[in-house]
Design a binder for this molecule. Structure first.
Ligand SMILES: Nc1ncnc2c1ncn2[C@@H]1O[C@H](COP(=O)(O)OP(=O)(O)OP(=O)(O)O)[C@@H](O)[C@H]1O
Length: 295
């Protein structure tokens, strides 16, 4: 059974990466559009398999700029993961277009890497070997991949654990390995689906700080799905609120405040309240749908 689950893990990881030559310099934040979504729609069959399909996303338009950190929030079931999976190329939209552009001269082969709640690391490899894995598959020389892996292991503050096996690490450390492994591939976009949701509050706070530092030092474009309002406000340059009623973007909130941010500060609390107001109505509807007798 272990062999089968390890093989599945390997296959799922391989499907998440598209290879590209490594670059040493990272682009800084600018006005280049890296990700463009036009009219993206997706429907699923209802669980009871009636002829009706449940339209989860309905004509989503979204532009994400190079170096931007965009958080996506909304009540459970509003389609956050569906949207991220479509951007990742793990699922196809029923209609609409998703383009990932090269920074300088138009569209080229997209490179997107996803980090999920469970980091999908290879337990039989060390931290170093996990981080190097995608580079090895891409044919990067041993010397070069060692150097790249060391750099990102250092950035994720895991240098002391480079030779440790995954089972020897805490949950937060595992997610830092997943981030280092993703960054080593130098993706155009880092896609994160509730990557810290399974961690305790203190570990999450530490990882927020570290992710902010990593974002600042790499200039990576990040699309980050969360149902945690604080996380959305503390991390995002822009917050996209999805509505399950319309299957579309309900509101975009820009957070023009330097990081690290203080959730208690006047400005950030005001944005948090605005976000709560936006979500409140849809949360009530989602609650009523789950407990119709309470409505
Ligand atoms: N493969 C699938 N087949 C059928 N229905 C699906 C499938 N994937 C998602 N759905 C449905 O689409 C809707 C949106 O799911 P999705 O996981 O994208 O929501 P979400 O906003 O990420 O939710 P959560 O915050 O709970 O993770 C849900 O009603 C879900 O049941």
């Amino acid at each position: 059974m272990q062999i089968i689950s390890d093989a599945l893990l390997l296959c799922s990881y391989m499907s998440l990466i598209e290879q590209q030559p490594q670059k040493e310099e990272y682009p800084r934040s600018g006005n280049n559009i890296v990700l463009e979504l036009r009219g993206v729609s997706k429907a699923f069959l209802h669980e009871n398999k009636t002829a009706d399909r449940h339209r989860v996303l309905d004509g989503i338009n979204l532009d994400v700029r190079e170096g931007e950190f965009v958080t996506i929030v909304g009540p459970s079931g509003c389609g956050k993961s569906t949207l991220l999976n479509i951007v990742a190329g793990l699922d196809a939209p029923d209609s609409g277009l998703v383009s990932v552009r090269d920074g300088s001269d138009g569209i080229r082969k997209a490179q997107r890497v996803v980090i999920f709640q469970e980091g999908a690391l290879f337990p039989w490899l060390t931290v170093s070997d996990n981080v190097e894995f995608g580079l090895k598959v891409a044919g990067v020389t041993k010397e070069s991949r060692r150097a790249t892996a060391s750099r990102f292991i250092e950035m994720a503050q895991l240098a002391k654990f480079a030779d440790s096996y995954i089972y020897q690490l805490s949950g937060g450390m595992k997610q830092r390995v997943a981030i280092a492994r993703a960054l080593a591939l130098d993706p155009r976009i880092l896609l994160m689906d509730e990557p810290f949701a399974a961690l305790d509050v203190q570990t999450r706070d530490i990882l927020h700080e570290q992710l902010v530092q990593i974002h600042q030092s790499t200039g990576k474009t990040i699309l980050f799905v969360t149902h945690d309002i604080n996380e959305a406000v503390l991390l995002g340059d822009r917050i996209i609120v999805l509505s399950p009623r319309t299957g579309n973007v309900k509101k975009e909130i820009a957070v023009n405040h330097p990081r690290p941010r203080d959730i208690e500060s006047h400005e950030i609390s005001a944005i948090r309240r605005e976000l709560l107001r936006e979500l409140e109505e849809d949360f009530q509807i989602a609650k009523r749908n789950h407990n119709p007798q309470e409505g």
